[in-house]
Design a protein around this ligand. Structure first.
Ligand code: CA
Length: 246
């Protein structure tokens, strides 16, 4: 792999649509150590990174760099990341991952309707962060023209509304349950490995700790299957993973 370390922080704000077709991540972070580590780490992981150290730079890069995703610190020198998140998600479909320094900030991020796609808490592991970035980038764009519906047997999965309907009745799913169902539904009739489920949805967990996954599969079955003990759609392939059948 070719490794390119980019130091946009030292360069003027220039228009940048990545020539190699990489996803462009706008990192808004005022702490130099985090900024530097993210520049290097995300570049190695195959992303094009543009850096802003405050909201003023972030607003310029939002226009000039056309980021695919924004990684946004909460406390910035010229304002609050939560306000900027509202601005971005209110006027575009660019997903925002909030980076919080304390658990109290997590409460703020979750408590306010700011439209963030996800959040991470410092200190985070790069592997976990990258998994979250990839998961968010895989989600369908929040765009009125791109509403997608997946039909699996009697289930209608509306990605934009994050709604699942069976026999005209909406099924209440938790966020994780919906993400898991969507992951399986993205490859109907094909086995999705346990490892892939864990990597996509439970970034930080060790592979040996798979009870959480099993619990979610069980709950999902109770909600979507007519006879959860004899599942017709959400099938376990023992020792490998799961398959969603029509
Ligand atoms: Ca900060």
């Amino acid at each position: 792999m070719r490794v390119v370390v980019l130091h946009y922080a030292l360069e003027p704000l220039v228009s940048m649509v990545d020539p190699e077709g990489r996803s462009v991540v706008l990192v808004v972070e005022d702490e130099p150590s985090y900024q530097e580590a993210l520049n290097v780490g995300l570049t190695v992981e195959g992303f094009a990174v543009v850096s802003a150290h405050n909201l003023a730079e972030a607003r310029e890069l939002l226009v000039s760099a056309k980021p695919d995703l924004i990684l946004l610190d909460v406390m910035l020198p010229d304002g609050s990341g939560t306000d900027f998140c509202r601005e971005v998600t209110g006027s575009s479909s660019i997903p925002v991952i909030m980076v919080t320094a304390r658990s109290s900030e997590v409460d703020v991020v979750l408590g306010l309707e700011i439209g963030a796609a996800d959040y991470v808490t410092k200190p985070y592991r790069l592997r976990e962060l990258v998994a979250r970035i990839r998961a968010v980038l895989r989600r369908p764009a929040n765009d009125v023209d791109s509403e997608e519906v997946i039909t699996i047997g009697p289930l209608r999965i509306e990605l934009l509304r994050r709604a699942v309907i069976r026999d005209n009745v909406q099924i209440e799913l938790s966020r994780k349950e919906f993400d898991l169902l969507t992951l399986l539904a993205s490859r109907p009739g094909q086995v999705v490995t346990r490892e892939h489920c864990l990597d996509s949805l439970w970034w930080g967990l060790e592979l040996s700790d798979t009870r959480t996954l099993d619990t979610h599969i069980k709950r999902l079955r109770q909600k979507i299957e007519l006879d959860p003990a004899n599942p017709k759609h959400l099938v376990t392939i023992r020792g490998v993973g799961f398959r969603l059948d029509q």
